[in-house]
Design a protein around this ligand. Structure first.
Ligand SMILES: Cc1cc2nc3c(=O)[nH]c(=O)nc-3n(C[C@H](O)[C@H](O)[C@H](O)COP(=O)(O)OP(=O)(O)OC[C@H]3O[C@@H](n4cnc5c(N)ncnc54)[C@H](O)[C@@H]3O)c2cc1C
Length: 407
């Protein structure tokens, strides 16, 4: 019989966290991790994101159970990991501001979801407390979310990679998995960079934006047989801008500043500021995508000091669903316009474009798909790991290792 050998496809925070868990718990035999590019690389979701360690207050246990459970657990694990390994982290919390009565039911839903998810320290605050926490922010009322934080995602991925390697995982970079072929007692994996194929006893598909491609290669007729469960990933681009603090001015932030979480149109990326009942209806119809909103987030320098603030993400949908199209379409003015209401001083900031990343989104606000392949039990798929995948990464690793060890 073949010795146990596991291959993880994808060198983002999800693949790396799974590799970390499996190697630490000695599950899966020899572990290999393959990344199409070097790890980290600028455009992968795990780097081109807002860096927010979310508290787990936007995802409902009934409709998005994995997001709900793993973001709360992940928030705790990520914070602890950053403390243990010295990853740049700021634990200033976050405020979500409301501007008028139309915003109130949206925030009521956030606090309801927080309670449902056992995040019990979220509370209402008024204008005065908003100003005390963030003098440049503006809101008539709002929520205070203490357990939210910010990490430096590039630092996190770099450190995870080193840690995983030190645990004995073989990391293969600049190499793409082009095909996987299940056999009776193994799975054959073809890499673009190698002439020969290699066999593994277990395959973990954590290929981010391309995880659906691996799935559909195995199940070309899936959509005909399962019309209610399409697993196609659409890239939703998120663009960010940044301003750096200048000495002698008080134009700074110390914590995340978020607006009321209106949804956006998944076809155009435009935010839809509509009454809450219409929002609920359009979510049900699938014509609206949940969104945390265009926010301001602290950015740290190499010493871990907060030295600027990012603004984003502004949404846009790449032409023809091109997953590798990272060209932003928004000028600086759009970023200022997007946050002027919650952060009026933005007009005096020197804002410049920052980065763009494409998020792996499943249709109809679906929960993450983390499951064994229905036919080939040696394969586990992780499809549509959109936000808050950075927050949840370590919890996802833990979840997958539990699934494997329970077999
Ligand atoms: C703009 C934006 C803002 C975000 N903000 C936040 C936030 O503030 N907080 C939060 O928690 N989450 C956030 N997210 C979500 C979070 O970044 C993702 O959920 C998470 O990074 C997903 O990690 P991943 O490992 O699945 O994907 P990736 O980082 O994309 O990694 C997948 C890797 O697989 C590789 N790959 C693909 N196909 C193959 C193949 N065939 N062979 C080998 N390798 C392959 C890719 O090159 C890639 O490097 C944001 C995402 C975006 C885009």
């Amino acid at each position: 019989m073949m010795e146990e050998r596991t291959i993880i496809i994808g060198g983002g925070v999800v693949g790396l966290s799974i590799a970390l868990q499996l190697s630490e718990k000695h599950i899966g035999g020899e572990i290999y991790l393959v990344g199409k590019y070097r790890i980290p690389h600028d455009h992968q979701q795990s780097v081109a994101n807002s860096g927010v360690n979310h508290a787990g207050i936007y995802y409902s246990r009934s409709s998005q159970p994995l997001m709900a459970e793993l973001s709360v657990r992940g928030n705790f694990l990520l914070h602890r990991f950053c403390l243990d390994y010295g990853v740049r982290y700021s634990d200033g919390g976050k405020i979500i501001v409301g501007m008028g009565e139309q915003d109130r039911p949206y925030l009521e839903e956030v606090i309801r979801t927080a309670t449902e998810n056992n995040v019990e320290d979220v509370c209402w605050i008024g204008t005065k407390e908003i100003k005390e926490k963030e003098p440049n922010a503006h809101g008539e009322f709002g929520l205070w979310v203490p357990s939210s934080g910010v990490i430096d995602p590039m630092h996190y991925v770099t450190l995870l990679r080193e840690l995983v390697r030190s645990k004995g995982v073989e990391i293969v970079e600049n190499s793409e998995v082009v095909e996987i072929t299940p056999k009776e007692s193994s799975v054959e994996v073809s890499l673009r960079s190698q002439r020969t194929n290699t066999e593994f006893t277990r395959v973990i598909n954590a290929a981010g934006l391309y995880a659906d491609q691996i799935w559909y290669n195995l199940h070309p007729d899936w959509d005909n047989e399962n019309p209610d469960l399409p697993l196609h990933i659409t890239p939703h681009r998120g663009e960010s801008a940044i301003f750096y603090f200048r000495e002698g001015t008080d134009l700074t932030i110390q914590r995340n500043i978020y607006p009321t979480p209106y949804g956006y149109d998944p076809l155009t990326g435009k935010i839809q500021k509509i009454p809450f009942d219409d929002y609920r209806r359009r979510l049900e119809e699938g014509t609206l995508r949940k969104f945390v909103g265009v926010h301001l987030t602290p950015v740290m320098d190499l010493d871990g000091r907060i030295s600027g603030a990012s603004i984003g993400p502004l949404k846009s949908i790449p032409d023809d669903g091109n997953k590798d199209d990272f060209c932003g379409v928004h000028p600086v003015k759009d970023f200022k316009d997007a946050v002027r209401e919650i952060f009026p001083s933005i007009d005096s900031a020197n804002v410049q474009l920052y980065h763009a990343g494409n998020m792996a989104v499943l249709p109809r606000n679906r929960d993450w798909f983390i499951q064994h392949d229905p036919i080939h039990q040696r394969i586990i798929h992780l499809i549509g790991i959109s936000s808050p995948g950075l927050t949840a990464s370590l919890a996802i690793g833990e979840y997958v290792s539990n699934v494997i060890s329970q077999l």
